[in-house]
Design a protein around this ligand. Structure first.
Ligand code: FES
Length: 122
């Protein structure tokens, strides 16, 4: 069980929801199931409208997740992923700060997810 806390100017206060570990739901699906107004368009990692900031809320090391080529390209084009971020992710398993909610699979860890509510803007 993972706690996912959403924080946005669109929400009157932060909202924490529970996601079942082992599910393969994306963060976007978890948001939709819980009526969190996270912007999206393509749902396939190419438009960048669902960009989010993800921060770990646990003491355990943050779980790294491979970025698909498409997510990587979209985040680079949006200026949310640098060469150094990519190297940190590949070499040191350090997850990047910005992700696409439609590509991010929820893991068994507590995270804080920030979004502005404006498509493509964190
Ligand atoms: Fe288009 Fe996520 S909805 S990249």
């Amino acid at each position: 069980m993972a706690n996912v806390t959403f924080s946005s100017p669109l929400l009157p206060k932060d909202v924490t929801v529970y996601a079942v570990a082992g599910d393969t739901d994306t963060l976007l699906k978890v948001a939709q199931k819980n009526k969190i107004p996270l912007p999206f368009e393509c749902e396939d990692g190419s438009c960048g409208s669902c960009v989010i900031e993800v921060l770990s809320l646990s003491d355990k090391p943050f779980m790294a997740q491979d970025l698909t080529e498409k997510e990587r390209a979209t985040l680079v084009a949006a200026g949310k992923l640098s060469k150094a971020d990519i190297e940190e992710a590949v070499v040191n398993d350090k997850p990047p700060r910005y992700r696409l909610a439609c590509q991010y699979i929820v893991r068994d860890e507590d995270v804080l997810v920030r979004f502005s509510g404006e498509p493509g803007v964190v």
